[in-house]
Ligand binder design. Structure first.
Ligand code: SF4
Ligand code: SF4
Length: 382
């Protein structure tokens, strides 16, 4: 039986509180964030997405100060996430959750997620997030806080293949939604697998919350040849509008998150999402042309099979490096690529740790010159 659809009363633009404006002293620019929240709320939007770890742990407290303390509790939805990878025992789960309620100044969250589920393991971190969630009772905990009314809706954000997602949704049918990375550039990507994951979620009748709709800002900052395609189709639409509207046009979307960092981005997003119109066929054809143009750049043929990772004595997350290298080749956005490199490899060896032993090359079915590519990555990202 179809579950009640979570997105009925939620507009299709969610405010992601992970890239808030920061002042030169490194602190969150509270005055600017306040203006952004006010503009967002004035225009009838209401969905805020934070997490325990965002903004160095300050995102939830910012939500308390600028949102929870200033707006009626029923005028917005607040979503936050459990950092599964930090859990070391069962008691941690409850302790972190209670801390989150306190930090955000609320007695319930509208949406509560297990953060970043994936089956990826490494020598240094032998337990994956999915294993930790099982081992330390995170799924049971979700059910408990929902029954207590401390979380209105429960789900998880996800970074892995459709097979892992399928398994999780079979094992945990009580989950009400999934948060997935979806954007037009990653829709057919062989590593991110947006389309396959989206279709798996929908097969299980789960609504989807979209993250990375603008691919960390990359799709707002396109190469001239790509942006020319969009300009020709509609001279007045911003590059970000194509990305957000693409994701929001899919069936079963609760909302599309955008991690806005300044007032201009907020004004732009609000302007076209206030009265959201799905993309028509002509617009979808423009997206298709843009994706083709994006893909004209020579990309590394890594399929993400991870055979190389098992071999690497330096614990380098080789497919992640290749994925970021490909993004860099396509979008030429070095600051974004460097950020992803730093987050994506935080738990692994870096490209510069490669000792050129060659074990990975022997296992790579795509015959990639991995040590050579890692040298290239080191020069760009480190
Ligand atoms: S060549 Fe480098 S990346 Fe490949 S297995 Fe050896 S240390 Fe790891
Ligand atoms: S073995 Fe080759 S194709 Fe597979 S993940 Fe490693 S680099 Fe990519």
């Amino acid at each position: 039986m179809r579950q009640s659809y979570l997105g009925e009363n939620i507009k299709k633009l969610g405010f992601g509180l992970m890239r808030l404006p920061v002042m030169p002293n490194g602190k969150i620019d509270m005055a600017l964030t306040k203006k952004m929240i006010d503009l967002y709320m004035e225009n009838g939007f209401s969905y805020f997405d934070t997490a325990y770890v965002y903004m160095g742990g300050k995102s939830e407290t910012t939500a308390r100060e600028l949102l929870v303390n200033r707006y009626p509790r029923d005028s917005f939805q607040l979503a936050t996430k459990l950092p599964v990878w930090t859990i070391e025992n069962k008691a941690d789960v409850e302790q972190i959750f209670n801390n989150q309620l306190e930090k955000a100044g609320v007695d319930y969250f509208d949406i509560y997620l297990l953060h970043g589920l994936s089956s990826v393991v490494s020598d240094r971190f032998p337990s994956s997030n999915t294993e930790k969630a099982e081992q330390f009772g995170a799924w049971e905990f979700l059910n408990k806080i929902k029954a207590q009314g401390k979380a209105k809706h429960i789900g998880f954000s996800f970074h892995d293949s459709e097979d892992v997602l399928d398994r999780l949704l079979i094992e945990h049918p009580e989950i009400e939604f999934v948060q997935l990375q979806i954007n037009y550039a990653d829709w057919e990507d062989t590593i991110i697998r947006s389309r396959a994951c989206y279709e798996t979620a929908r097969k299980h009748d789960k609504p989807v919350i979209v993250m990375e709709s603008v691919k960390g800002g990359t799709l707002a900052n396109l190469r001239p040849k790509v942006s020319a395609i969009f300009k020709q189709a509609n001279p007045n639409a911003s590059p970000a509008s194509w990305a957000l509207r693409y994701a929001a046009s899919l069936d079963g979307i609760v909302t599309v998150l955008s991690g806005m960092s300044n007032l201009e981005q907020m004004k732009d997003n609000v302007s076209f999402m206030k009265e959201f119109k799905p993309l028509d066929n002509k617009e979808l054809a423009a997206i298709e042309s843009a994706v083709k143009e994006l893909r004209l750049v020579e990309i590394i043929g890594c399929t993400g099979c991870k055979y190389c990772v098992e071999e690497c004595p330096q614990n380098i997350n080789i497919p992640k490096v290749m994925e970021i290298m490909n993004d860099y080749r396509i979008y030429k956005d070095q600051p974004y690529a460097k950020r992803r490199y730093s987050y994506g490899l935080a738990r692994f060896g870096k490209a510069s740790n490669c000792i050129e032993c060659g074990s990975c090359e022997n296992r790579c079915p795509q015959k990639l010159k991995i040590p050579l590519l890692l040298k290239e990555a080191m020069a760009i990202f480190e």
